[in-house]
Design a protein around this ligand. Structure first.
Ligand SMILES: C[S@@+](CC[C@H](N)C(=O)[O-])C[C@H]1O[C@@H](n2cnc3c(N)ncnc32)[C@H](O)[C@@H]1O
Length: 267
């Protein structure tokens, strides 16, 4: 194979932490990969690397050798203290540093090696991998395949046994840092966002809505689909203090926590 041949890259959605989320299509793609590149965030996030390793051990046939290369993640700095412009620039710099690291590693691999990225949940939601793989493709020739995965919020809905939206209404997916502004802007415009799914919210910003929108319904889950799963639901004003306490206790116990929630406005 020519050293300039396009490098094959699989971007594989592995689901939100349970090996049971791995689809048949993802399992097939896993079995084609020779080298997995995994961002190593260090510390408690080692647990998340361990979940990825367990998935590979389970789904890749014993006669297919593969390598697991952990790539130290560049330092990103304190997101919470930045305004939106500084935050966006910080993310761009971080993507560029990651891209450099990955290109260096891929260039040193045999030209016919299939490279895999294991993406938590689905690659289409709040994950940088596709953008980084696109940036890699601007530097070296690549052939990219993306395999969808089960997202955390689908797992949340299933764990609670709910349809996320009321009949015919929308679902709005956002981050903790945008939640309150978006909710208030929609209300000011006389609109409803429908059910709002909130990811990446280390501060449970929904607390700020509890006093003025107490009848909002919340479905919350931490480590959804994983052995440590915790779920709570109810009227926002009734359950928010408990959720805040449970979240803090879980973080203390496990050293890290990932949670997601859905807010449905009172009818
Ligand atoms: C970087 S985003 C990645 C989302 C992922 N691509 C997906 O489709 O679920 C990480 C956020 O996803 C949510 N999340 C991912 N896995 C989760 C899980 N098992 N339980 C609860 N929340 C989870 C949390 O809101 C976390 O802050």
């Amino acid at each position: 194979m020519s050293p300039n041949a396009a490098r094959r890259i699989h971007v594989i959605g592995i689901g939100a932490g349970s090996p049971g989320h791995v689809t048949a299509e993802a399992a097939e793609a896993l079995a084609e990969v020779d080298v997995f590149l995994v961002a190593d965030k260090g510390g408690a996030k080692d647990d998340l690397v361990a979940v990825r390793r367990a998935i590979c051990d389970r789904f890749i046939p014993a006669d297919h050798p593969y390598e697991f290369v952990t790539v130290p993640d560049p330092q990103r700095g304190p997101d919470a203290e930045r305004d939106s412009a500084a935050y966006a620039q910080g993310v761009r710099d971080w993507h560029a540093a990651r891209t450099d690291a990955y290109v260096r590693i891929i260039e040193d691999l045999p030209a016919d090696a299939v490279v895999g990225f294991l993406v938590w949940g689905d690659p289409a939601f709040y994950d940088s991998t596709i953008r980084i793989v696109d940036a890699i493709g601007e530097r070296i020739a690549t052939t990219v395949r993306v395999i969808p995965g089960i997202s955390a919020f689908q797992t949340l809905a299933a764990a609670h046994g709910i349809v996320l939206h009321r009949v015919g209404e929308p679902v709005h997916v956002t981050t903790g840092r945008r939640l309150v502004d978006e909710w208030r802007a929609a209300e000011a415009a006389g609109l409803t966002l429908g059910t709002v799914v909130v990811m990446l919210d280390g501060h449970l910003h929904c607390r700020e809505l509890a006093a003025t929108r107490p009848d909002t319904e919340i479905h919350w889950g931490a480590y959804v689909g994983m052995p440590q799963q915790e779920l709570r639901s109810g009227r926002l004003a009734d359950v928010i203090d408990e959720i805040v306490g449970v979240r803090a206790a879980l973080r203390e116990e496990h050293g890290w926590v990932m949670d997601v929630y859905a807010l449905t406005p009172a009818p």
